[in-house]
Design a protein around this ligand. Structure first.
Ligand SMILES: Cc1cc2nc3c(=O)[nH]c(=O)nc-3n(C[C@H](O)[C@H](O)[C@H](O)COP(=O)(O)OP(=O)(O)OC[C@H]3O[C@@H](n4cnc5c(N)ncnc54)[C@H](O)[C@@H]3O)c2cc1C
Length: 309
């Protein structure tokens, strides 16, 4: 499988320099990232909402080791939340935040800074009439992220969590988080994780995803089913019916540019569907994770690289 080698290659500075020389407008980048500015994000969101979809916006960036950059990320979220509110889009659009982009990885008091920054974004989201979901990153941050989420939920109980089915621990985390009012996004997981903490075989990850879905759908919380996998989508629908859940008491989530026809099909069938819209200049890590998930994109990617360099 190409997934792990690609994620390892993505850490090379040379590969990063080569790839980031491509403009955001080049085919392979714009397929997954609608643009770099607040305006681009709001325009893409407006288009999705016109199609009956919801959105969650991610200002791209991660692993920030610089306090100023973390503060700039917070400012970008405040800016986009105010633009969403001004354009009447906030009701159907929330934001997704990576704690490592708002300071979690800072050497001294990273967790404290990330919590304060996340609080500021939650506050602005609430004022705009919407919510925040805290993205989940690699396994070394899971405990810290869930700890910060617990703190945030004391003041902002509407804050969404993300759990990754590829981690051995996740079924148990689902049980802990399946309480009333708890919004939980379940995804398979996008990072290169060791065997000691994560299932390596796709089939095992899928089986774990189903076990976790069972817990969340039977629980009292609000499951957010983040997958493009047709089998997982069918199983989620069947579990919702089995648990007597009406449409709108859970939602489907997919990434911008992936299976747009399926996004529309589900929305037309009355399901709530939210599209994750990443934007900003720091698209490299995000793009490499998407390529690693779908090695058949590589030919297209290499073609884009050759034609722009
Ligand atoms: C809304 C949302 C939020 C997410 N948030 C997080 C997060 O916080 N943390 C995290 O670790 N991961 C996150 N992810 C990513 C997730 O963990 C997976 O890496 C990703 O969704 C691919 O898994 P899948 O469930 O679609 O299943 P897969 O088995 O990978 O794919 C199923 C099918 O989907 C299509 N597909 C999947 N990926 C691609 C692609 N890149 N390009 C084209 N087609 C594709 C293909 O048809 C494929 O056969 C998120 C995903 C979504 C949808």
């Amino acid at each position: 499988m190409l997934r792990q080698p690609l994620l390892v290659l993505a850490r090379s500075d040379r590969v990063k320099r080569l790839v980031t020389a491509m403009p955001v407008s080049s085919g392979i980048v714009s397929r997954y990232v609608p643009g770099e500015s607040t305006h681009d994000a709001v325009t893409a969101t407006g288009g999705l909402i016109e199609k009956g979809l919801h959105a969650t916006l991610d200002f791209l960036g991660e692993d920030t080791l610089d306090r100023e950059q973390a503060d700039a990320t917070v400012a970008a979220y405040l800016d986009v939340l105010s633009a969403l509110s001004d354009n009447g889009l906030a009701r159907n659009t929330e934001v997704s935040v990576k704690l490592s982009a708002v300071g979690q990885a800072l050497p001294d008091n990273g967790e404290k800074v990330a919590l304060e920054n996340a609080r500021t974004i939650c506050h602005a989201a609430r004022n705009a009439g919407t919510t925040v979901t805290v993205d989940m990153e690699d396994h070394t941050t899971t405990d810290s992220t869930l700890g910060i989420l617990r703190e945030l939920r004391k003041d902002f109980p509407e804050t969404g969590a993300v759990l990754q089915a590829y981690l051995h621990r996740t079924e148990s985390d689902c049980r802990d988080l399946a309480y009333e009012g708890s919004r939980v996004r379940l995804c398979k997981g996008a990072y290169n994780e060791p065997e000691s903490v994560a299932f390596q075989d796709k089939h095992d990850v899928d089986k774990s995803y189903v076990r976790c879905l069972k817990v969340l759908m039977a629980g009292q919380g609000y499951p957010m089913v983040a997958t493009h996998d047709p089998r997982m989508i069918d199983i989620a629908g069947a579990l919702a019916t089995r648990n007597g859940r009406a449409q709108g008491t859970y939602e489907y989530q997919m990434l911008f540019g992936i299976r747009p026809d399926e996004q529309s099909r589900l929305a037309e069938a009355g399901e709530k569907v939210r599209v994750y819209v990443p934007y900003g200049q720091e698209w490299y890590g995000y793009l490499m994770r998407r390529l690693a998930e779908r090695p058949s994109n590589l030919t297209f990617f290499l073609h884009s690289l050759v034609s722009t360099t």
